[in-house]
Design a protein. Structure first.
Lengths: 514, 297
């Protein structure tokens, strides 16, 4: 019986491909032919079928595997310098896949457009302060008596609802995951393996921008549907890639604005010395004059550096009003306890720290005291839907200490993929991509997210997170929805003009405006 | 007052840079100098020291006790490794290189499997004080003092004790030392154990300034090897001390005036120049000078 099934699997593609060859798929090159013959030869063991497999591979793959699981390819760093983030993201993917297979989905639909559900808000004099202890999100201070004229924060219902089926299109979802080991060369090998050998239906991968840029050429070579779930420096305009994390214009600008207004104009930036740190610092430098501030010092620190006494001395010498810390990885996190031990007390801002590496829970207070970060998500977000999400997560992974910004992105991204595939009635990558380009409004634990079709980036709700002396967290300001507008400003529209590049600030006069 | 602050700050930076390099390198140079074994598991031995200290500290022990525990525990681990594995590779430098690398992988991944990706860090002991606009951490001042004491203790061990004499004899000419009744096998084991213990202690001392995780050792390996190569293996103590002081002398002003990145570049350039001019490391001419002194007498 299983032999018979194999036969059908082999025969169906042949028929299918004949159709597509007569309809004239002309994009086939000799090299592609040879390559595909090489790949498919093992799997099918039939010369003709593999030769023809060069046509419309996605559709064939979907048909050939109709009975098998839907494969979600997943690469993150489970070991090495970046494991602090990778393990959270892995657990997020496991939770999302489990929920999808149990017949659950997140609220949200195609084509709704950017915007929030009507605010179900509570108001208080001050925002509630969430304890740093444990994962129960205890409220240390509820912000005083509630008053109609004060700050609004959400307490809405859970967003997880029934999807009407187990898995996707009647098929189980399988997570094919691998450890990138914080090593770009390993990332490339794994991306090739997932795309060519495992033939994943979707690839969800990438922490550091260097890792993403290492695998993006491979993604484009094979037209692989790819989600990059990280917070990053922005600018990726790639028809095969969807970036579901927030970018600089959504985080740097609110953070810098708040810091200049509240602490003064003079900023000292210390940033990780690679594309993320360099470009985020460039955003800070470009934006700060617009709100009357200026950069009085800027320093880029190699990822291998873990001893900061000289950096600390230079900051003390410069006497800034506040410090922008864009530090990445476990080596860099040592800055916080070292700066605290050296008595550095400047207010700090960031777009990455605390929300991702939970330095406020890993280091003893007051290492992170007075840290500000305009985040789109971190575990303490004080809403009902988030409490429910954290509770579900901790039931599945009781030993986990934190759910960071990008873990949550990974979680809603996999749910988003499942919804899009369900609407497309297929896992054919080209069709799912077109379906995603309808534009999607999704209710994520962070709030309402809108996947903007033209740029493949998401509009996010942004909150200004603040870490106090005891390392408890509260949210001081709330921007209900901020667009990822920079690529729109550059005229990127991937639906009409597919591109495969990353824009950098040098290409935009905005960065030399002042 | 402000001039005083700047001078104090530069001296402090010089001291912390040198202390950091010395702590990274000490265990490695002891093993390399005495046994001619390049121990690629050095970073992981430091990691084990940090883990031991953290676990002991979290059980309520004072910090100094957890550092001593780290020294003892990792020293014992070193002795076991030497007995089981490393002794089979004496005289085969490349074999030893590969086998210690294998040990480092096993230790790091084993820690990840057994203890998970993180451990709550130890808070940095001590407070801070200020001179002018600059403030200083008590802990790093303590580390600078401790490094000085460590060097003195090592010098005493090698030059004023029976075992030190035997160790130096074994290092100079193992066959002759054996002929004269020195148990070189035991000396090798003790040396490897001492090197491992020093690495463990350094890891414990650096633990409060860093995050405790299985791959933390890697951050110390590059500075350790640079310091050791520049210092050379002809004289362990003189090599480690002169190399860490010299490298810090180059790194500190550049790092303070221009930035951490170019400070590191300057350190690497200095190492390059020194290795080109004195391939055997700084300790080689120092040792020659010491020997001439002895011959003249």
């Amino acid at each position: 019986m299983s032999d018979q099934k194999k036969m059908i699997d082999q025969v169906t593609p042949v028929v299918e491909t004949k159709d597509s060859s007569t309809t004239g798929d002309s994009g086939l090159k000799r090299r592609d032919l040879l390559r595909n013959a090489g790949i498919g030869g093992v799997a099918a063991g039939l010369g003709a079928a593999t030769y023809l497999q060069g046509f419309d591979r996605g559709r064939m793959r979907a048909l050939a595997q109709d009975d098998g699981p839907v494969k979600v390819g997943f690469i993150e760093d489970e070991s090495g310098n970046l494991a602090v983030y990778g393990l959270q993201k892995l657990h997020a993917a496991q939770l999302a896949v489990k929920e999808i297979n149990e017949g659950k989905t997140l609220k949200g639909d195609a084509n709704i457009g950017a915007g929030m559900v009507g605010v179900l808000g509570k108001v208080a004099k001050n925002p509630p302060v969430i304890s740093k202890e444990g994962t129960a999100l205890d409220v240390v201070n509820d912000g005083g008596p509630q008053d109609s004229a004060d700050l609004v924060f959400d307490e809405d219902d859970d967003i997880l609802i029934d999807s009407g089926e187990q898995g996707v299109l009647g098929r189980e979802v399988e997570l094919v995951s691998a450890d990138g080991q914080s090593n770009n060369a390993v990332w490339q090998q794994l991306a090739r393996r997932m795309i060519q050998q495992d033939q994943v239906d979707v690839l969800v991968a990438g922490f550091a921008s260097a890792e993403r840029e290492a695998i993006r050429p491979i993604v484009d070579q094979f037209k692989q549907l790819y989600f990059y779930t990280n917070q990053y420096e922005g600018g990726v305009a790639d028809a095969n890639t969807f970036c579901t994390g927030p970018v600089c214009e959504q985080q740097v600008i609110p953070t810098v604005q708040y810091m200049v207004q509240n602490f003064g104009p003079n900023c000292y930036t210390i940033a990780a010395d690679y594309n993320f740190g360099q470009l985020t610092a460039a955003w800070t430098r470009a934006f700060i004059p617009l709100v009357g501030g200026n950069i009085i010092g800027e320093e880029f620190i190699p990822l291998s550096v873990s001893e900061f006494s000289q950096v600390i001395a230079r900051i003390q010498q410069a006497k800034p009003d506040w410090v922008m810390t864009l530090l990445v990885g476990q080596n860099h996190h040592n800055y916080y306890p070292q700066a605290a031990a050296a008595g550095l007390k400047f207010p700090m801002a960031s777009t990455v720290n605390m929300a991702q590496g939970y330095e406020h829970k890993r280091f003893p207070p007051p290492s992170l005291a007075n840290m500000h970060n305009a985040i789109q998500y971190q575990m303490e977000v004080p809403t009902g839907r988030n409490r429910a999400f954290v509770k579900r997560w901790m039931e599945m992974f009781p030993d986990d200490q934190y759910i960071g910004e990008m873990a949550q992105n990974t979680y809603f991204t996999i749910h988003l993929y499942a919804k899009a595939a369900r609407l497309a009635h297929t896992t054919d990558q080209e069709t799912v991509r077109k379906c995603l380009e309808l534009g999607w409004g999704l209710e994520a634990p962070e709030g309402s997210v809108f996947l903007e079709p033209g740029t493949h980036h998401c509009a996010h709700p942004i909150r200004l997170a603040y870490c106090d002396e005891q390392h408890n967290v509260s949210f001081l300001r709330d921007w209900p929805m901020i667009q990822a507008w920079w690529l729109q400003r550059l005229g990127v529209n991937l639906v009409r003009n597919p591109e495969y590049k990353q824009y950098v600030p040098d290409e935009d006069p905005y960065f030399s405006f002042v | 007052m402000d001039e005083l602050g700047v001078i104090a700050s530069v001296l402090y930076q010089f001291g912390t840079n040198a202390a950091f390099l010395l702590l990274c390198a000490l265990g490695l140079i002891v093993i390399l100098g005495m046994m001619n074994i390049i121990n690629l598991a050095h970073g992981e031995l430091m990691m084990m020291g940090a883990y031991t200290a953290t676990i002991v500290y979290q059980r309520g022990a004072p910090f100094w006790l957890s550092v001593i525990c780290a020294f003892v525990v990792v020293g014992i681990v070193g002795a076991i490794l030497e007995r089981l594995v490393v002794r089979r590779f004496y005289g085969r430098e490349l074999g030893a290189l590969v086998v210690t690398w294998g040990i480092s992988l096993i230790l790091a991944q084993g820690t990840l499997l057994l203890l998970g990706p993180f451990m709550q860090a130890i808070p940095i002991p001590g407070g801070n004080f200020a001179i002018g606009q600059y403030s200083f951490s008590d802990y790093w001042i303590g580390m600078i003092v401790l490094c000085t004491l460590l060097i003195v203790a090592l010098w005493w061990l090698y030059n004023r004790t029976e075992i030190g004499l035997q160790a130096r004899a074994t290092m100079q000419n193992a066959t002759m030392a054996r002929a004269l009744g020195v148990n070189t096998d035991r000396i090798y084991m003790l040396t490897f154990s001492l090197g491992a213990g020093l690495a463990g202690m350094s890891g414990a001392l650096l633990a409060p300034t860093t995050s405790i995780q299985p791959f933390m050792g890697q951050q110390f390996v590059a500075p350790a090897f640079i310091t050791v190569v520049v210092g050379g293996a002809a004289n362990v103590i003189a090599g480690a001390l002169s190399s860490s002081l010299l490298l810090s002398l180059v790194k500190t002003p550049v790092g303070f005036l221009v930035g951490a990145f170019l400070g590191t570049v300057a350190l690497l350039l200095a190492a390059l120049v020194i290795i080109r001019l004195i391939p055997d490391g700084i300790s080689a001419p120092i040792q020659r000078w010491l020997d001439r002194d002895v011959r003249a007498r």
